[in-house]
Ligand binder design. Structure first.
Ligand SMILES: N[C@@H](CCC(=O)N[C@@H](CS)C(=O)NCC(=O)O)C(=O)O
Length: 285
């Protein structure tokens, strides 16, 4: 569990927040995952929108809450929790009904969620290349400087290496953009994952068996974002496609994903920016 300690937190006002507060961004995949979980649990929560495209997460106030500069963040009765999967596991303990982590499978689910989180930068690479497609560096130099300079730089009292990973990701993106080689490598990792999930979903309705679990939420969010990037689910992984369509139709999911379907005109803009190079072409799918 990643609950911050006192010395990590510089924005002291949050220590007085009671109840469930979530700092998040509408279009962030990890925030969507957490919001679907909160919807299914019917947990009342207070929303604090963080403007990621405006780089609010790289400003001192937010870095004083999460030194890693990432959303989502949970402040639960004054305790600050970071990392979406840890937040979900914390809330599952505090709000056990309905069960979204099957009893007795907590360690297995934790390991599977860790594996999912390890692919997050691959998702980000494909998102920036094919969905957001910014014309220049995704993070302006001034925002990155603020990111580097602010916050405690520690998580649970120790120097945070994850912040360095994030800095290097954005610096590299500013230098090279999101190259064909990176996009191909990331897409191939997802292809291997979704091949395996497709076999699982041939045998059972949900990833853990007969019941919906946090793994369905986590992978639906990845599948949804990748489908916006042009990943051909219906052709490559038909059982994943059918499962995703079923989940997207549930109100708790629909609320978080349908508003992110973009108007056709924006898709055209991406098509132009990418000079007709689709994910399918670059990945060789
Ligand atoms: N492992 C983290 C990943 C969080 C993460 O990367 N969040 C993204 C949004 S999905 C973010 O805050 N990005 C910062 C940015 O775009 O500047 C988690 O699961 O919470």
């Amino acid at each position: 569990m990643v609950q911050l300690v006192d010395s990590d937190i510089r924005t002291r006002e949050v220590l007085g927040w009671r109840g469930v507060h979530v700092l998040h961004f509408m279009g962030s995949s990890c925030s969507q995952k957490l919001r679907i979980f909160l919807n299914l649990k019917k947990i009342p929560w207070q929303s604090h929108a963080i403007d990621l495209p405006g780089n609010e997460n790289m400003q001192p106030w937010f870095l004083g809450i999460n030194p890693r500069g990432l959303v989502p963040v949970l402040v639960h009765d004054g305790a600050v929790h970071i990392e979406s999967n840890d937040i979900i596991q914390h809330l599952e303990k505090k709000f056990p009904a309905p069960r979204l982590i099957p009893t007795g499978h907590e360690r297995q689910v934790a390991a599977l969620l860790k594996h999912e989180d390890d692919l997050h930068l691959d998702l980000r690479t494909l998102s920036f290349r094919f969905v957001f497609a910014p014309p220049g560096p995704p993070k302006p130099a001034a925002a990155l400087e603020s990111y580097i300079a602010n916050g405690s730089g520690t998580v649970q009292g120790a120097k945070d290496h994850e912040k360095q990973v994030q800095i290097e990701f954005w610096q590299r993106a500013a230098r090279e953009g999101f190259t064909d080689a990176q996009a191909r490598a990331s897409a191939l990792k997802f292809r291997a994952e979704f091949d395996a999930l497709d076999k699982t979903l041939l045998k059972q309705p949900y990833l853990m068996g007969a019941e919906l679990s946090v793994l369905d939420i986590a992978w639906l969010i990845y599948a949804h974002r990748l489908s916006l990037a042009g990943y051909p689910f219906e052709r490559l992984h038909p059982h994943v496609h059918a499962w995703a369509e079923r989940l997207r139709a549930l109100p708790e999911f629909a609320k978080e994903v349908t508003q992110l379907r973009r108007p056709a005109r924006q898709f055209d803009t991406v098509g132009v920016t990418q000079a007709g190079q689709t994910l399918e072409m670059i990945a060789g799918f």
